[in-house]
Design a protein around this ligand. Structure first.
Ligand code: ZN
Length: 313
């Protein structure tokens, strides 16, 4: 008999939902709005309702559903969150609440960890069991998978690669409250920071296409880098040194079969993985120096894939 599962990825503005077969075939995906008003008290009932509605629409019986996995932007421990700032949640028993509404098994995980699981299941690390996934977006997220299981840790902080301390000279405060985090130099905003610094520090006689760039963002930097701009090359090398070196440190803990880079910044493609690999290799412990660094493949769907995968353990 065919079995189904749901993957739910709760974000600050939308909830992404996917109906899967348990072999990982995505049958249908849709979105609902995240109603974060009233301390986000409607979010889980809305999720429960959309799951039940989809089951009714497709004539799927509870006995045919392995469960629903839920990714949330916050620390998750034992299928509960102590808080989720973007959703205005205090302590929330995700599995308890959703199970009561739907009657199906529920599992929950941190959104970055869940996305990592998605890439392991059906994306850039398909078929592997030991994987580091790093997501370069507005921030830097991460997930470390060992023997097929995401490392949650004692505080739900396992795999918070973005908040590894990499630079003493930064005094701006990171979202986490510290200063000098990888996120401050390797996220989209971090690369823009490096670009502003490099342009301010360069010799005025040195020309760069980035000087005329209205949006000095990561995309502009990588485009200029690919076109051979020397200033852009210095920025990209700085970024890649921070990221590649940090990944080499994490690799001594996780010894992954593959490292996956996703998020908006990864649209830069092979140029990005090539240069990050160079610094990774240079600093990695010899036994794991040849670990391939590849691009993520699932894009924004990584969260629903990984959430669905949660319930299959
Ligand atoms: Zn931080």
């Amino acid at each position: 008999m065919k079995k189904y599962c749901f993957g739910i990825d709760i974000g600050g503005t939308t909830v992404k939902c996917g109906l899967f077969e348990t072999d990982g075939t995505l049958l249908e995906k849709w979105e609902i709005r995240t109603h974060s008003e009233d301390n986000g008290s409607r979010i889980l009932p809305d999720v429960g309702e959309t799951i039940l509605a989809k089951m009714a629409e497709k004539n799927i019986d509870k006995s045919e559903v392995a469960g629903a996995g839920v990714g949330v932007p916050g620390p998750v421990h034992d299928n509960k969150v102590p808080y989720a700032v973007n959703l205005h949640w205090g302590p929330t028993d995700i599995a308890g609440i959703l199970h009561k509404i739907t009657g199906i098994p529920i599992k929950a995980g941190n959104d970055a960890n869940v996305a990592a699981l998605g890439e392991m299941w059906k994306g850039g690390a398909e078929g592997r069991k030991n994987v580091i996934v790093v997501t370069l977006g507005t921030g830097v997220g991460g997930g470390i998978i060992i023997n097929g299981h995401v490392i949650e840790g004692a505080h739900g902080a396992g795999g918070e690669i973005g908040h590894a301390h990499v630079e003493d000279s930064i005094t701006d405060v990171c979202g986490c409250g510290n200063s000098g985090c990888l996120e401050q130099v390797a996220s989209a905003t971090g690369i823009a920071r490096l670009a502003r610094e490099e342009l301010a520090a360069k010799d005025p006689s040195e020309a760069s296409v980035l000087e005329n760039e209205k949006d000095l963002d990561a995309r502009a930097v990588f485009n200029a880098y690919k076109a051979g701009d020397a200033v852009a090359a210095r920025i990209v090398n700085k970024f890649a040194k921070y990221l590649g070196t940090t990944l080499s440190v994490f690799a001594t803990v996780a010894d992954p079969e593959v490292i996956v880079i996703g998020g908006g910044v990864s649209k830069a493609g092979d140029a990005l993985t090539d240069i990050v690999s160079r610094y990774y290799k240079k600093n990695a412990f010899p036994a794991c120096a040849d670990t391939p660094i590849v691009l993520a493949q699932l894009g924004n769907d990584a969260g629903i894939y990984g959430a669905a995968r949660l319930v299959l353990d």
